[in-house]
Design a protein around this ligand. Structure first.
Ligand code: EAX
Length: 328
């Protein structure tokens, strides 16, 4: 009799423990980015946070920390992800090569033809492999969100051709391929964390920078004198949603799947709003005095920057690079 009662207690305890461990996994997680709440990074992050709260019945809260509140640049915040000080981060791939070298393949100039090409590669086997590679750096890559095609802005003069831009002091991300590409084109590039860029532009320490339209708009770079916009589209900038592996591993299995599923679901929403809003944002910049040069000699920039494939292509096989370029 005694054995039966003891067995029943053991079964009951197990049910209570496992049931409570899954149903009651409560947590408040920190999601950071370098950009403001009106930028598609954080519009996506808000949607992600809302869905996680709803789908965990309020047990998991994702608190948002925009505008570099948790670090002056994306490299520093990625270190926070590795240490577990930050739980989630939306970051451009630019500075991430120092954590997961394979991601550098996405930052070559003129690698992607258009948004359709981007989605084909990032949502396919190549993209999934690159996200998986982050695990070696104690980072869980959840999904590819979007920064967008990058364009040149400057405070000095209209730039239509490589010649027009020669000698301009421009900020690049902390990415050796970008630095080398602009040097090869005859510009005077300097790497800088995003949190320092607006002041450096305002003080004319640098003449220009390069970023997608949403970054120009969200940061009102025209207020820092960036009144010349050149539609170069020289690099496509993915923005992985990254999670601290430490935090990810504390989640029960159902929640881990939920974070992966929700991250991918929001990727489609976030990329769409980023793309849909570009023209209106560029029109607003033009109203604020930005002179937009659309007929840029992109082939001239492509030829001038092609040298980086020789200089850095060795880090990857030609087949790897061709697999992206030729994806149809
Ligand atoms: O991720 O540093 C950069 O230029 C990034 O594109 C920007 O912070 C958005």
């Amino acid at each position: 009799m005694k054995k039966t009662i003891a067995f029943c207690f053991a079964v009951l305890a197990t049910i209570l423990w496992t049931g409570s461990a899954t149903a009651e996994h409560k947590a408040t997680l920190k999601l950071a980015s370098a950009l403001a709440m009106d930028h598609p990074y954080m519009v996506g992050a808000q949607r992600f946070a809302d869905l996680i709260k709803e789908r965990t019945k309020g047990n998991i809260t994702v608190k948002l920390y925009p505008s570099g509140q948790l670090g002056k640049g994306e490299r520093e915040m990625t270190e926070g992800i590795q240490q577990g000080a930050i739980d989630l981060l939306v970051s451009s791939t630019g500075p991430l090569g120092g954590f997961s070298p394979s991601i550098n393949i996405l930052d070559f100039p003129f690698l992607f033809r258009d948004f359709r090409h981007v989605d084909l590669v990032l949502d396919g086997a190549i993209g999934q492999r690159l996200l998986g590679d982050f695990e070696k750096a104690n980072i869980k890559g959840l999904a590819f969100w979007e920064n967008g095609f990058r364009h040149l802005t400057n405070s000095r003069r209209p730039v239509k051709s490589v010649e027009d831009g020669k000698g301009l002091k421009i900020r690049t991300m902390e990415n050796k391929v970008h630095l080398a590409a602009w040097k090869a084109a005859g510009f005077n590039p300097t790497p800088m964390a995003w949190g320092e860029v607006f002041t450096a532009l305002q003080q004319r320490v640098i003449d220009g920078q390069e970023n997608p339209i949403a970054v120009l708009y969200s940061n009102k770079l025209w207020d820092a004198g960036q009144l010349h916009f050149s539609f170069t589209a020289h690099v496509y900038s993915p923005a992985p949603l990254l999670m601290s592996k430490k935090t990810f591993d504390t989640l029960p299995a159902p929640e881990r799947q939920l974070f992966l599923k929700t991250g991918s679901e929001v990727a489609k929403f976030q990329r769409k709003i980023n793309r849909d809003e570009e023209e209106a944002k560029l029109a607003e910049a033009a109203k604020r005095g930005v002179k937009v040069t659309r007929d840029v000699d992109r082939d001239g920039f492509r030829r001038a920057m092609a040298a980086v494939y020789g200089e850095f292509g060795g880090q990857f096989s030609r087949a790897e690079i061709d697999a992206i370029i030729n994806a149809k």
